[in-house]
Design a binder for this molecule. Structure first.
Ligand code: B12
Length: 471
């Protein structure tokens, strides 16, 4: 049996662009690792390269985010017409299995570890069940990924991604994990074994990318005790890594120091807002705005670069706050932002439910719009157009060369730890990417006003596929 696992992708600008960048979805190699030995598996990451239409597989498994759903439906329809069976999985599929069943032969609701083997067995005998919903085990049971299938020639910059945990303990009202994914972690020795025996390193750039990886966990600091044990076990490995974690961990200087000693050179944290009212409205009490600069500077001095993500459009945001946001950001000497998004009411979240009950989800919004860069709701204190004007201005401010140079100067000489300076320079360049959603001058960023990508629209028309209306 021949299987393809595809992580689909559509660019935030809605232009037909690829992004062969450091971070890619790890779902393909994870799912490939769950397939029995006798099947032939190929993996594809559409963020890196186009899906070949000249190949034939018996079964195609799709991993996608909400905003890639229309595109995944098109791919599925094309493959089904050619006699292949298709399967949908991931967070959107778990939320909308019935809708998915209209476009795929089967849907996996729940974790792949408890469902993939059964699904493949059924496909081999030709009698798939439709929905696969075997419950997850209480203990996180991640199996070794097929890192050997990653093609570092297609994407020279990519580093391998690893999971030590899943879920998150916090309950931010806009997060897709809230109320759905409890925090669970793998035994430390399993993570270490995976790094030592299983990961295949990127050997590009004369070996400079080797021994670097990223933890893809939603919050690697979900249990400070676990993180401490993990760091102690990582020290002798002498690898360089990055991760995402919550603000409370950054306040724990001992832990930050230990992480740096264990090779952590990059941390991403969702700061979300410098507006206390918006932080409150998001239920993100773990963030303490007044401490941001001091904490960042401390992390730099230990050798770990910290970058933040900002969201605009939460209920506390007024025109005045957003107008002055560049000034507030300029007041921060060390803390810097590498991601700016528009707060997104992902279906299934408490935020979505609140906005829906208030009649504030923009009518006509489709799954393509839930990409974190398109306004899907009516802001509380301004018009949608005003919000988008602020968004443009902010992206241009944060992604300016001047801002990048400012960041490099403030961070570059804070530590002499191995690789720190390289990562500081790289993170400066990352700031420029905040302007990438603006690449399409015709994009309006308001749900219902931006057409989906030309190719998808054409195919949907031909294949009679309708977009999924949300709300
Ligand atoms: C790498 C990454 C990206 C990459 C690749 C995206 C991708 N296709 O995953 C890039 C950089 C493009 C990206 C962009 C964004 N991301 Co992102 N990203 C991640 C990250 C850090 C890791 C994803 C990953 O590879 N995990 C490891 C793999 C193995 O697990 P997984 O993908 O979560 O899938 C699990 C299940 O869903 C399931 N599954 C998934 N696919 C399939 C398929 C089948 C067939 C089966 C059976 C099961 C299955 O199995 C896995 C194990 O349980 C996650 C955080 C996280 N840990 O999930 C956020 C995350 C997915 N991103 C998120 C967000 C909000 C964004 C952004 C809006 C902005 C941002 N904050 O960066 C954008 C825009 C995304 C969009 N267009 O909608 C959210 C959720 C978004 C959503 N639509 O649901 C997450 C969960 C982070 C969070 N907690 O907020 N992201």
């Amino acid at each position: 049996m021949r299987i393809a696992v595809i992580a689909t992708y559509t660019h935030p600008s809605r232009l037909p662009l690829k992004e062969p960048s450091i971070m890619q979805s790890a779902a393909p190699e994870l799912i490939a690792g769950l397939c029995p030995d006798h099947v032939d598996v190929e993996i594809y990451n559409e963020k890196e390269r186009a899906i070949p239409f000249d190949r034939h597989w018996d079964l195609v498994l799709f991993s996608y985010l909400h905003s890639h759903y229309e595109h995944a439906k098109v791919l599925s329809a094309i493959f089904r017409k050619r006699g292949m069976k298709t399967v949908a999985g991931g967070r959107h599929a778990c939320l909308y299995p019935q809708d998915c069943l209209k476009h795929f032969d089967a849907v996996v609701v729940g974790e792949p570890e408890s469902n993939i083997l059964e699904l493949i067995k059924d496909c081999e005998t030709g009698c798939t069940k439709g929905i696969y919903r075997n419950p997850s085990s209480r203990h996180l049971n991640v199996r070794p990924s097929r890192y050997d299938l990653i093609d570092y020639r297609t994407n020279k910059k990519r580093v391998p991604g690893l999971e030590a945990s899943r879920g998150c303990n916090f309950a931010c009202n806009f997060c897709v994990l809230t109320g759905r994914e409890k925090y669970r972690f793998r035994p430390v020795h399993e993570v270490i074994d995976e790094i030592v025996f299983n990961v295949r390193w990127n050997e590009n750039f004369f070996g400079l990318a080797k021994d670097k990886f990223v933890f893809l966990d939603n919050n690697l600091g979900g249990s400070p005790q676990y993180l401490k044990e993990l760091c102690h076990a990582l020290i002798p490995l002498r690898k360089i890594w990055g991760c995402s974690l919550s603000f409370n961990i950054l306040r724990n200087e001992e832990l930050v120091k230990l992480m740096a000693k264990a090779g952590c050179r990059y941390v991403y944290t969702g700061l979300e807002s410098l507006n206390p009212e918006s932080i409150d409205s998001m239920g993100k009490g773990q963030n303490s705005i007044g401490e941001v600069d001091r904490i960042t500077q401390k992390a730099f001095s230990h050798g770990t670069m910290v970058s933040f993500g900002l969201l605009i459009g939460a209920d506390g945001d007024s025109n005045e706050y957003l107008e002055r946001l560049p000034e507030y950001l300029a007041e921060l000497k060390h803390a810097f932002v590498t991601f700016i998004g528009i707060v997104c009411p992902y279906p299934g979240t408490p935020y979505f439910r609140t906005l829906k009950s208030e009649g504030r989800i923009i009518s006509g919004v489709i799954s393509r719009d839930f990409d974190g860069y398109t306004l899907c709701h009516q802001p509380a204190q301004m018009s949608p157009t005003e919000l988008i004007e602020h968004y443009h201005r902010l992206c241009r401010h944060v992604g300016s060369v001047r801002n990048m140079l400012r960041h490099c100067i403030s961070s570059l000489f804070s530590s002499n730890a191995q690789w720190y300076k390289t990562i500081a320079l790289f993170s400066g360049a990352e700031m420029l990417s905040t302007t990438k959603p603006l690449l399409n001058g015709r994009r309006r960023y308001i749900a219902g006003l931006d057409p989906i990508e030309d190719w998808d629209a054409e195919q949907m028309d031909k294949l009679g596929i309708l977009p999924q209306l949300i709300g």
